[in-house]
Structure formats: C-alpha cells, structure tokens
Write a protein that binds this ligand. Structure first.
Ligand SMILES: NC(=O)c1ccc[n+]([C@@H]2O[C@H](COP(=O)([O-])OP(=O)(O)OC[C@H]3O[C@@H](n4cnc5c(N)ncnc54)[C@H](OP(=O)(O)O)[C@@H]3O)[C@@H](O)[C@H]2O)c1
Length: 248
C-alpha cells in the first residue's frame, strides 16, 4: 500500500512511519518539518495521488479550547478535501479514549475532529487509544516549573505507542470501519507515579509534585474518565517493561 502519515514526525507518527516501512509499504510523512503545513495544505492533493490511506496523527500543544478546535477542524478538512481531490479511499484518525467524558481544551478539539470526519461523507476509521507510555515524558516537559515538575493526578491505562501504530496500520489494510474499537494498555497507572518512575529511570533528580487542579475536568480524569469503559482491546507491553527497554 501507499500510506501518508500526517504528523509522521510526532510520537506516534514516528512509530507508524517506521512500522509501515518495515512492513514494506510506501510511506509519505507529512508535517511542517517535512515541508507540509496542514493548516493551509497548499499542493497537498498532488502529494496524495495514488495514496491508499491517510493516517492522521497530527497534534497541537495547547490547553486552549479555541486553538485546539480550530487546529483539529482545519487540518482535518484540509486533509479530507485533498483526499477527495486525489481519490484517496480511506481516512484514518487517532483519537483518545474518553474525550467526550471530559470538557477540556485539547479534548474538545479531538471531539470536533471526530465530528468533522464523521460529517464529511468520506470513508473513515476512528481509533481511540489511551495515553501512550510516552505521555509521562510529554507531561513532564510541559509541567516543568522552575525546580519542580508539577504533574496532575490522572488515572491512565498507558499503552505502547508502537502497538497503537500497529493497530492503525492493521486498520488501514481493512475497509473503512467508522468508529472502531478502543485500545488501552494492560494495567492502570497513575500519571504521577509514571512520571516518578520515568525520573528514576532517566536519573533525573527534579522532584515530581502532584498537582491538584480544581474543577470537573480534573476530577473526571482522576476518577478514570480516560480509561476504557466499552469493550476494548488491550495492548501487551506494560509501562515498566517499556521503561526497562529504554536507554536511560
Ligand atoms: N500522546 C498521547 O498519549 C496520545 C494518546 C492517545 C491519542 N493521542 C492523539 O494522537 C495524536 C498524535 O499525538 P502525539 O503525542 O504523537 O503528537 P506529537 O508528538 O505532538 O506530534 C504532532 C505531529 O503533528 C505535526 N504537526 C503539528 N502541526 C502541524 C501542521 N500545522 N502541519 C503539519 N504537521 C503538523 C508535528 O510535526 P511538525 O511540528 O514538524 O509540524 C508532529 O509530527 C494526537 O491527535 C493526540 O490527541 C495522543
């Protein structure tokens, strides 16, 4: 197959590109660092000629609702318009388990993205996954406050981004499935504990301090809104096994 990966330089996108190449597919990585800005999409349809599936792994780092909603709806429409012009028969998007159970800026953007895909009339598959093992690292970077790392308590079911990438590729080889199963990791972990384990593994001495954020969204995340409730598939690799496989 010929597969285009939007956000192919990101955490999960890198795995999608690597696994796809390993499986012998022809792969096109689309991101600003490969010369394609998907908020405008100039010349995108040309890139997509002959592509069998587009896998959307784009993201924007923001907690602001408007920024997230604008980014995810604009990039989704840009991709879908170009796919229609180029005759791409399958659009896949990675979403997040529980996005519609928590009112939070980034998640509102993901909900808007799912709607844009569903309302487009184009053939699609939506896979929802839980937080990646890499999420603790992403949040540690964002939570750095001078001498500490401030980390919210979130009940997670962390999953290996590599296994999410593999699931997306498997789905790309099947007919469009609409909203499909949810994928989560094999165990529940608290994000603060994950970040502390990561700091121990990497030898980082900056203390990870639990942050109690007031409000309904944080309460929902602490109470398990982001772990799968529906019938779901479970990844294999545990967070500790993933950490152990990392070079410090
Ligand atoms: N992180 C998690 O734990 C997790 C869990 C479940 C689902 N998800 C979902 O999975 C998706 C990917 O997450 P991630 O953590 O892998 O993201 P990420 O590491 O932040 O990567 C984002 C990607 O988007 C690209 N990008 C951003 N703005 C762009 C633009 N204007 N035009 C073209 N490319 C652009 C970036 O490349 P450039 O900067 O080079 O443009 C990068 O390749 C997100 O939608 C997220 O909601 C994430």
């Amino acid at each position: 197959m010929k597969i285009a990966v939007a956000g192919g330089t990101g955490v999960v996108g890198t795995h999608v590109v690597r696994e796809a190449e390993y499986a012998g597919h022809e792969v096109l990585s689309l991101s600003r660092s490969t010369g394609v800005d998907l908020t405008s999409g100039t010349g995108l349809a040309e890139h997509l000629r002959g592509v069998d599936a587009v896998i959307d792994c784009l993201s924007v780092e923001t907690v602001k609702r408007k920024v997230a909603v604008d980014f995810f709806t604009t990039t989704t429409r840009t991709l879908l318009d170009a796919e229609q012009a180029a005759g791409v028969p399958h659009h896949l998007v990675l979403s997040i388990v529980g996005v519609d159970r928590v009112r939070y800026g980034h998640y509102d953007g993901k909900v808007a993205q799912e709607h844009a895909v569903r309302d487009s009339g184009r053939p699609f598959t939506i896979l929802r996954a839980t937080q990646f093992h890499e999420f603790a690292e992403q949040m540690s970077r964002r939570g750095r406050l001078g001498p500490i790392i401030a980390m919210p308590r979130i009940a997670a079911a962390p999953v290996a981004a590599r296994e999410v990438a593999q699931a997306l590729l498997d789905l790309a080889g099947l007919p469009p499935a609409g909203r499909t199963y949810e994928l989560g990791g094999p165990e529940r972990r608290d994000l603060v504990d994950m970040a502390r384990a990561l700091a121990r593994r990497t030898g980082r001495r900056t203390p990870v301090v639990p942050l109690v954020v007031p409000g309904a969204a944080s309460k929902a995340m602490r109470s398990g809104a982001l772990v799968p409730h529906d019938p779901w598939r479970t990844g294999v690799e545990t967070y500790d096994a993933w950490l152990a496989s990392r070079t410090a």
